[in-house]
Design a protein around this ligand. Structure first.
Ligand SMILES: [Zn+2]
Length: 228
């Protein structure tokens, strides 16, 4: 992922092994943006379990009880099935989800359910971050409830580890193979919506870390100055 710092500084907080592109350590599933290193990706089988529990609870409570329960657990990034199994939804950039965000994610789950062959949910089986398509649309990931409590308490994972940049708010469901120089071809210094001052600051930072050449720096700086 082009947004991550060079590999040399990219090691897992928990096991110290080098990280691959993706939001979780490939060895122990630790969420790479968590400075505490205790937030761990939910297993795919537990995700399936939560879906089954939700379906059973909706039938048993005629829907009404499930909805009431939902409002109790949604502020913690859960729905009743996830609360029972011990899972939590967080935003892919390390922030906690609000009840409103959970509601939108829930609506996207219904929309995703219209996609044939259960493709929306099955997507998590082969996705690097175990995201469903509705997770992709809502920019969320699902982690174990245990170990991620601090995200709910603080509203985010807290101070990001040095060198990490949060992923974009919306990630496409398919990640294409990286080109020879992904960091150089995408102007990471100028995400859309950035103020020129902020873009300049990022650009300076990239240059000082040796991630772009002087020539690229000059070209990008000129582009930003044009926007002023
Ligand atoms: Zn690890």
């Amino acid at each position: 992922m082009a947004t991550l710092a060079p590999a040399a500084t990219n090691v897992c907080r928990a096991c110290g092994r080098p990280l691959q592109p993706g939001l979780f350590c490939p060895y122990d599933g630790v969420f790479i943006l968590d400075p505490q290193g205790t937030t761990v990706m939910a297993s795919r089988i537990s995700r399936l379990g939560a879906s089954i529990v939700n379906a059973i609870l909706i039938v048993l409570t005629l829907g009404i009880g499930w909805i009431i329960w939902w409002f109790i657990v949604a502020p913690r990034g859960q729905n009743p099935g996830k609360a029972v199994v011990g899972l939590r939804v967080i935003r892919a950039d390390g922030r906690a989800v609000s009840t409103g965000w959970m509601f939108v994610r829930g609506l996207l789950t219904f929309v995703g359910g219209l996609i044939p062959l259960y493709l929306d949910d099955l997507w998590l089986l082969w996705d690097q971050n175990a995201q469903t398509l509705h997770d992709k649309m809502a920019a969320t990931v699902v982690v174990r409830a245990q170990g991620s409590e601090h995200i709910v308490l603080r509203g985010s994972v807290g101070e990001l580890p040095a060198g990490y940049t949060p992923p974009p708010a919306f990630a496409p469901p398919v990640s294409f193979p990286a080109t020879a120089e992904p960091a150089r071809s995408t102007p990471a210094a100028m995400p859309p919506g950035d103020s020129p001052a902020e873009a300049l600051r990022r650009l300076e930072d990239l240059k000082s870390r040796g991630l772009i050449t002087d020539e690229e720096y000059a070209v990008k700086r000129a582009t930003i100055v044009d926007r002023l």
